[in-house]
Design a protein around this ligand. Structure first.
Ligand code: SF4
Ligand code: SF4
Length: 159
């Protein structure tokens, strides 16, 4: 499916998510589904939570127990393939990379979008982090209903 449409299957997506108990704390979700020579996610993690190994072509593997959800790996990925997810009551809270302008602002409500580009829910913007260290990639914290935990992937300004 990924090869034909660019959209990962439900099984592929679920394979990247820790269980809901682990997600009571923030965890990195590595949506990197192809063997490519790339490893800044692994080298950016101060807790050695992302393993690629000696063969740089291997897909990254998250050691969930080591991941603190710090988010340092999010802007490091050139493919924008990493988000941080956490379950918080009735909501799922995501930290996601965002490279368009204008940036969202705290308190705004944007569209929540799935992996096919469809609008699926409202997303409340909780925080926007932009620093020189992030090489122009903002990290946006957005809150969506928890039922969209495995479907929501990014935000888009309402039209
Ligand atoms: S969120 Fe922090 S601890 Fe977890 S994999 Fe990314 S850099 Fe490592
Ligand atoms: S930095 Fe991104 S694209 Fe590169 S291996 Fe890590 S998750 Fe995949």
């Amino acid at each position: 499916m990924l090869n034909k449409t660019g959209v990962p299957s439900k099984e592929q997506v679920l394979s990247r998510f820790p269980d809901n108990v682990a997600l009571l704390r923030p965890k990195a979700i590595l949506e990197c589904y192809e063997d490519i020579p790339c490893n800044p996610c692994s080298t950016s993690c101060p807790f050695n939570a992302i393993e690629i190994g000696e063969n740089i072509n291997k897909q990254p593997k998250l050691h969930t127990d080591l991941c603190t959800g710090c988010g340092l790996c999010v802007p490091s990925c050139p493919g924008l393939a990493i988000v941080i997810a956490q379950i918080s009551g009735e909501h799922a809270v995501f930290k996601l990379p965002y490279e368009f302008l204008p940036h969202p602002k705290k308190g705004e409500i944007w569209d929540g979008v799935n992996r096919s580009g469809d609008v699926i829910c409202d997303a409340v913007i909780e925080h926007v982090l932009v620093t020189n260290k992030q090489d122009h990639t903002a990290v946006v914290t957005a809150r969506v209903p928890v039922s969209f935990l495995h479907d929501f992937v990014t935000v888009r300004v309402k039209r």
